[in-house]
Design a binder for this molecule. Structure first.
Ligand SMILES: [Zn+2]
Length: 348
């Protein structure tokens, strides 16, 4: 597997519009890619679950998770003047929203819109951010009933960003977590592996890891890996504090985040695999953020779980940035893990 093929796949995935609870377009793309290769099913929460039998006798039942949903906005009301009231689906900084172009809805029915902003000639208070509840999306509708018809309650609103290459790096709107989807889809296409592999393309991560919880309870794998796009706050800073992760330094292994602790033998094993394969890696700064591991590791009788993340700058904004080398190294690490993992690794 080469870096170019992974990059192309990521750029394509990132342009797909699939918000929490509205992941259909991602499911459709993944089904198109994977239907000939693995068994696929969609569950009640919208997770797409792939099963790939082992090559030979399976050593373990391994689940690899990547979430399909991206952060978005949602229509939560209609104003008398025909503008849309909005709320966040997933974590947003409302300061970055005023003045942005947006896309309202998915597929054929999607409409262009703009998040309204007061002209600078009239603005008297630029010091404080406008809270989300006071922002409005203008879709050019003149009246409330027209806006209701064009963009009903619950319609998701997206950034119109098109992915592109920027120097040696890649930019796009939804690298969290289309980087994970890219790696997982590629693993399934390149399989089978010496383990029975469950590829979980999960729904609704950004609103509380809901899809992964249900899938982990149902599948009860021996071990799970969560592939994520994570924070890279690696730009110059004034205070003395380690960055969470650094772009270009390889996949980040989680030790202990806000909601899950990686079992020591599993973490040690992943580090040994990376070192043996000459794959660069980094440790994610402890106690930063949380992932689907929060719900997976505590499902049923408990599932040993490791999160492997790709550093993404400007995450949860209209444009994130990743390094394609990190993508390649994460793929190589995950593939090597599947090749050599044994039941001993997941013994307590
Ligand atoms: Zn994520």
């Amino acid at each position: 597997m080469d870096r170019e093929a992974l990059s192309e796949r990521l750029l394509r995935f990132s342009d797909i519009r699939a918000a929490s609870g509205a992941e259909k377009a991602m499911r459709r793309e993944l089904r198109r890619m994977l239907a000939d290769k693995v068994e696929l099913r969609t569950d009640a929460l919208g997770n797409l679950i792939a099963r790939q039998p082992a090559e030979g006798r399976p050593r373990l039942r391994v689940m690899v998770d990547a979430h399909m949903d991206e952060v978005s906005l949602m229509v939560v009301g209609h104003a008398a003047d025909g503008t849309l009231l909005i709320g966040g689906v997933g974590g947003f900084d409302a300061r970055l929203l005023p003045g942005l172009s947006v896309v309202v809805g998915e597929g054929e029915a999607a409409l262009p819109g703009v998040i309204g902003i007061k002209p600078i000639h009239l603005a008297d208070d630029w010091k404080s951010a406008t809270p989300m509840r006071r922002l409005r999306v203008d879709i050019g509708a003149g009246k409330k009933d027209e806006a209701q018809r064009l963009a009903p309650l619950g319609t998701r609103i997206y950034f119109p960003t098109r992915s592109e290459r920027m120097g040696a790096r890649l930019t796009g709107k939804a690298f969290d977590d289309r980087v994970g989807c890219t790696i997982l889809a590629t693993l399934l296409l390149e399989g089978p592996w010496p383990v029975e592999l469950y590829g979980l393309f999960s729904a609704q991560e950004e609103v509380g890891a809901r899809g992964a919880q249900v899938a982990a309870q149902t599948l009860q794998p021996d071990v799970a890996f969560v592939l994520e796009g994570t924070i890279a706050d690696d730009l110059p800073r004034e205070e003395e504090r380690s960055p969470t992760t650094i772009v270009g330094r390889g996949p980040a292994l989680s030790i202990f985040d806000r909601r899950a602790a990686t079992p020591a033998p599993l973490l040690r094993f992943a580090i040994e695999v990376a070192e043996a394969g000459g794959i660069p890696f980094q440790l994610k700064r402890p106690q930063a953020s949380g992932t689907n591991a929060s719900r997976i590791h505590s499902a049923g009788i408990g599932i040993p779980t490791l999160t492997i993340s790709m550093p993404s700058r400007y995450i949860h904004s209209p444009v994130a940035l990743v390094d394609p080398d990190d993508l390649l190294h994460t793929y190589r690490l995950m593939a090597s893990i599947l090749r050599v993992i044994t039941p001993a690794v997941v013994q307590p």
